[in-house]
Design a protein around this ligand. Structure first.
Ligand code: ADP
Length: 368
């Protein structure tokens, strides 16, 4: 019987439980044993009761639960070969030869590294006398499949990551709540949302709430952004709008690569010699990650979880490690490392302030 393990890693996102449920049940449906690795790579490195066999009923009701019930963690040990060696040993002790990992680009990078190294890890375990060559024979090929769980929608090669629509819905709801008080008092609110290298949440929240102005990392405003923002807000006020909402991604920059902070925006809106608006800052923070997954994320989690198990079962030793994506409404498999490398290219372009390149890369993602 094939033994397939599933884990969640990196930042949590709504829909991860749906992924675990779908993978566990699809694995069982396909006649395999299903395992969960608790606490991300930490569970793989430490082993023991952090690796548990799951039954069909263990994941009952998980579709509507927020966060990840099997835990997630940042694991320093997995960055080191010794940690990955311990992980390989634990997998073999449990008889696991296939791994499905739901996480962000960091987790997927770790997964790719693990699979690359796998043959040499087995050799080392044999050389150390942990297992005989015969015992290791069934584990020669490790199948790894990635699923993208992230609220930021920051992975290249997929139209939506699992969790991004839930976070977007939460932001919209929060802005709606803020708008009531903004309108009542004729106030301005600067709302900071998550997204270090990716402005998808900020941009889409701006569209969905009809915000006055939006700041995203990939496309800094022109140098005259202060005047531009103030004149737009002033115009909206003149035509009778009683509320002002400015949405700012946490990674927003100006053209020189300096951070644009909510305080800077607030000071501008509140400037007595300018607009003089009664302005407040709201940092949504971890509220954006919380709560149950919206219907779209549950659907994505389920369909992609099923596809991940299929991909594991169909993989051959020559198959490249894949990540399950959604492109133009179709669930597809893509080479994992290409998606991760394209994602890193955008982050690097932003870091060296090559914003034209960052935008070109983003455009390419969505016109693929
Ligand atoms: P995310 O998956 O959300 O991007 P992180 O970047 O924190 O989150 O990665 C989660 C975990 O994945 C790390 O704590 C580490 O255990 C593992 N990981 C990330 N990058 C690597 C890497 N280059 N090599 C090995 N493990 C990695």
């Amino acid at each position: 019987k094939k033994k397939i393990a599933i884990m969640t890693s990196g930042g949590d996102s709504p829909g991860m439980n749906g992924v675990v449920r779908a993978c566990v049940r699809m694995a069982i449906h396909m006649g395999c044993d299903a395992y969960c690795i608790y606490e991300g790579y930490e569970g793989l490195v430490r082993g023991g009761d952090l690796i548990r066999k799951m039954s069909w009923y263990d994941v009952r009701g998980w579709l509507s639960e927020g966060g990840t019930l099997i835990g997630t963690a940042r694991c320093m040990a997995f960055f080191e070969r010794a940690g990955r060696l311990a992980a390989a040993k634990n997998m073999i002790l449990h008889g696991i030869d296939a791994l499905i990992i739901c996480g962000g680009d960091g987790s997927l990078t770790g997964a790719d590294r693990f699979r690359e190294e796998w043959p040499s890890l087995l050799d080392e375990l044999a050389a150390n006398g942990e297992f005989t060559t015969q015992e290791l024979q069934p584990f020669r090929h490790l199948n790894i499949v990635g699923l993208v769980g992230s609220i930021d929608n920051d992975l290249s090669g997929t139209d939506a990551t699992i969790g991004c629509y839930s976070a977007l819905a939460r932001i919209c709801y929060a802005v709606d709540l803020i708008e009531a008080t903004a309108s009542s008092h004729s106030r301005a609110f600067v709302v900071e949302v998550m997204g270090r290298h990716c402005g998808w949440l900020a941009l889409m929240a701006g569209v969905a709430t009809g915000a006055d102005f939006v700041f995203i990392p990939e496309k800094p405003r022109e140098d005259n952004w202060r005047e531009e923002m103030c004149s737009i807000v002033e115009h909206h006020r003149k035509i009778g709008k009683r509320k002002t909402i400015v949405i700012i991604a946490e990674g927003a920059l100006d053209r020189e690569g300096n951070k644009i902070t909510p305080e800077m925006v607030k000071d501008l809106l509140a400037d007595k010699d300018g607009l003089g608006l009664d302005t407040r800052i709201t940092t949504l923070g971890h509220v954006q990650r919380g709560g149950t997954a919206v219907a779209y994320d549950r659907m994505l989690a389920t369909l992609q979880g099923v596809e991940a198990v299929k991909a594991v079962l169909e993989a051959t030793p020559d198959t490249k490690t894949c990540v399950i994506a959604i492109t133009e409404n179709k669930i597809v498999r893509k080479p994992l490392m290409e998606a991760v490398q394209d994602t890193k290219k955008v982050a690097k372009a932003i870091e060296r302030q090559d914003f034209d390149e960052a935008m070109n890369l983003r455009d390419a993602e969505f016109s693929e």
